[in-house]
Design a protein around this ligand. Structure first.
Ligand code: DOR
Ligand code: ZN
Length: 367
């Protein structure tokens, strides 16, 4: 039996490359892990909230941000998607113009004040029935959702019975699907059984979901035992029953709805006196972490079924759901240990999740 896996280069359909001097290092880490393409999140400062034109006080444009990423090395990717950050300024005309020009493939919903740089988000209830979403339906533009109920505090935000995420999926997602029958959605970085069940029972051609390595590997117990702030991300890691549900979905033979989206989020200052920045950095090590998670879920990646499930999740389901080709290039993963390194960025150090969690990688990559 061989101890390596040859796979098509994979796609990270949810990641953060930020802005400024460090972008090139973040992109290089992605290219070095066999990543063929990325969906680069628009929660920059200011946000990516316009279609075309230069950087202005109120926002980047998709055109301008794409150029910044390409100048920093993203031309090595086969695919680069920059979604439009939905704000109060977004119009139906933006959507139509953006789609027609080819610059716009997806929009991003952020719950206001729900996570890093999400203060420009507009509450989900205001989008339901909105002509911006109607224009997205008419122009085949995907809606990427950070699915958490906004504005909840304390016990309402996180409880064993219900969390901001499970509330969002119970309350808003059915209404969104019903009000916009032609809208395609990606439920991003899902963390709960409630979200996994919602996606599984929704029409498979309309609703997909990304899952991060950390949500397949860890639970809230890992986070709070010793307060491991490198594992702090939003939505927060949940309970074992939630992790089990996520693991079950990715191992379902032939599943087409769940795919890789690391939510890799570099922070050069993570813990401060008044709190902790949300985000786990998995640049350079995401396929290894996903492989370890699949194994913990019970998959033998050297069996036909195990390899097929892994390949679907990492390499082929995402492109198929977004409607572009999987990569014809390959990379190789070997069952030999590897190490992560910290990333010295312009304004500080980015600690990758395994380093922060003292986790040894049992897989390595060659690209
Ligand atoms: O943990 C997170 N980090 N969740 C998000 O939604 C945003 C991200 C970031 O940009 O740092
Ligand atoms: Zn994110």
């Amino acid at each position: 039996m061989s101890d390596f896996l040859k796979l098509p280069r994979w796609f990270d359909l949810h990641t953060h490359f930020r802005q400024g001097e460090n972008v090139a290092a973040y992109i290089a880490d992605h290219v070095a892990m066999g990543c063929a393409g990325a969906l680069a999140m628009p929660n920059t400062q200011p946000p990516v909230s316009r279609i075309e034109g230069g950087l202005a006080n109120d926002g980047w444009s998709i055109e301008g941000y794409r150029k910044t990423l390409n100048d920093a090395g993203a031309t090595a990717f086969e695919k680069l998607i920059v979604p439009l950050y939905l704000t109060r300024e977004t119009t139906a005309d933006d959507i139509e113009r953006g789609a027609k020009s080819g610059l716009l493939q997806a929009c991003k919903y952020y719950p206001p004040h729900g996570t890093t740089n999400s203060e420009h988000g507009v509450p989900v209830e205001e989008w339901i029935g909105h002509d911006v979403l109607r224009a997205m339906e008419a122009n085949d533009v995907m809606l990427c959702l950070h699915g958490e109920q906004h504005g909840l505090a304390g016990a309402e935000y996180f409880d064993a019975k219900a969390t901001a995420e499970s509330k969002f999926y119970a309350e808003w997602m059915p209404r969104l699907l019903e009000a916009h029958p032609n809208l395609k959605l990606v439920c991003e970085h899902i963390t709960t059984k409630a979200a996994a069940d919602f996606v599984t029972t929704a029409p498979s051609e309309r609703v997909g979901a990304t899952i991060t390595p950390q949500h397949l590997l860890y639970t809230v117990g890992h986070l709070i035992q010793g307060l491991k702030y490198h594992l702090y991300c939003l939505p927060i890691v949940k309970f074992e029953s939630d992790r089990d549900a996520l693991r079950d979905t990715v191992l379902q033979a032939g599943q087409t709805q769940f795919f890789a989206g690391t939510d890799s989020a570099p922070h050069t200052t993570k813990a401060t006196e008044c709190g902790c920045a949300a985000g786990c950095y998995t640049g350079g090590c995401a396929p290894q972490l996903y492989a370890m998670a699949f194994e913990e879920a019970g998959a033998d990646l050297f069996s036909e079924a195990g390899k097929a499930a892994f390949k679907r999740f990492l390499c082929t389901n995402g492109p198929a759901f977004y409607g572009f080709d999987a990569s014809a290039e390959t990379f190789t993963m070997s069952k030999t240990p590897s190490t992560t390194r910290t990333l010295a960025a312009e304004d500080g150090t980015v600690i990758p999740l395994p380093t922060g969690m003292d986790l040894e990688l049992t897989w390595s990559l060659s690209v």
